[in-house]
Design a protein around this ligand. Structure first.
Ligand SMILES: [Zn+2]
Ligand SMILES: [Zn+2]
Length: 362
């Protein structure tokens, strides 16, 4: 039997291809996709400016599926829950090699041989490397977690990228109860980080250049919003963040992907605080940076890329334990699988924040 997957055919061009549905490998799974989402990084993939994504790569890394077949030896998920065919699951979008110095040091998020979904060639078996398709082949080195019955597929569909990236960033920032946390950028990851920091008991400030995005964070536990469009240039934005937080953030997490937001973010942290960089992932984009001022501030800058696989399990539990947050609303428009290119275009044109792709919601 054949299934469909979505492939980058050229810059800003996708096509859907049919391939024979593979058998699950030993220790892995074959899942039937339920839903997928267009994440911010898919936009970079589409433009061809991601260092690992080539024409011919299978697209899609965020989503949720259903176990169609268990590979040999698989009886449980990574948290020890029994796993059967038909169970809903989420999986990390990357596979670790477990044979490199970073994996050996327990820093799987930095695995130098990781195979992230979105970077693998469609013609290379098992073909179904991404979430924008009828199926996805999950390898033995991908962390898999069962989705609890009371969590909807739509609510959990952002867990394996947006929520887990945000979770890892909050962990790296060592956010404590009572701290002043600035979330810079109110896209999907910023909204998720707002909820996490708020649940830890931090005082959460969300700063954003597009004030229309600030309404959403109030629903996810933000205590204050900072409309950066009112500030006068970079110095004004720093001043506004420092003033609103009463001297600077204890922890600031930059989700924007804008190089100047990185340097402004560092200057908006109180002396000795922590700045976490997540949003800037594309190389060869630059910003002015004042090392002398930085050294004098004692601020620590930390880089958060991907996440440790076990963070996905914590994310699923977090969605389950916080029904007060409207998780489903992170996906603000739905498209059919055949219309992936429309979903991508709507995202590029900023007509939707996070486009959902409904594949099989039976
Ligand atoms: Zn993503
Ligand atoms: Zn490795």
């Amino acid at each position: 039997m054949e299934g469909t997957t979505t492939v980058l055919a050229g810059p800003h061009e996708v096509e859907q291809r049919e391939y024979q549905i593979p058998d699950p490998v030993a220790g892995g799974l074959l899942i039937g996709m339920i839903r997928a989402n267009v994440c911010g990084s898919d936009v970079h993939f589409l433009g061809g400016d991601h260092p690992l994504v080539k024409v011919g790569s299978v697209l899609g890394h965020e989503g949720v599926g259903r176990v169609e077949r268990l590979g040999a030896g698989v009886t449980r998920d990574f948290a020890g829950n029994e796993l059967s065919e038909g169970d809903r699951v989420v999986a990390t979008y990357f596979q670790l090699c477990r044979h490199c110095p970073e994996c050996d040091a327990g820093r799987g998020n930095l695995c130098r041989n990781a195979l992230p979904a979105g970077t693998l060639d469609a013609d290379h078996p098992p073909h179904f490397h991404g979430t924008f398709g009828t199926h996805m082949a999950v390898g033995p080195e991908q962390y898999v977690y069962k989705v609890p019955d009371r969590v909807s597929s739509k609510a959990v569909s952002t867990a394996n990228c947006a929520l887990s990236q945000a979770y890892a960033g909050c962990d790296l920032g060592e956010i404590q109860r009572g701290q002043k946390v600035v979330v810079l950028g109110a896209g999907g990851l910023g909204v998720c980080a707002t909820a996490i920091a708020s649940q830890i008991g931090a005082e959460v400030f969300v700063a954003e250049m597009a004030p229309s995005r600030l309404a959403k964070v109030a629903e996810f536990g933000a205590h204050h919003t900072i409309d950066l469009s009112e500030a006068d240039g970079g110095a004004g934005r720093v001043e506004l963040m420092r003033e609103t937080t009463g001297g600077g953030a204890d922890v600031l997490i930059d989700f924007t992907g804008v190089p100047d937001a990185f340097s402004e973010g560092v200057r908006s942290v109180r002396p000795g605080g922590i700045m976490v960089s997540i949003g800037s992932v594309m190389p060869n984009r630059f910003t002015q940076f004042d090392p002398g001022l930085f050294t004098r501030s004692g601020v620590q800058i930390r880089a958060s890329i991907r996440y440790h696989g076990s963070v996905l399990g914590k994310s699923v539990s977090f969605v389950e334990s916080t029904p007060q947050y409207p998780w489903e609303s992170l996906v603000d428009a739905d498209f059919a699988l055949a219309d992936v290119s429309d979903a991508l275009r709507a995202t590029v044109d900023r007509k939707v924040t996070r486009a959902g792709i409904v594949i099989d919601e039976r």
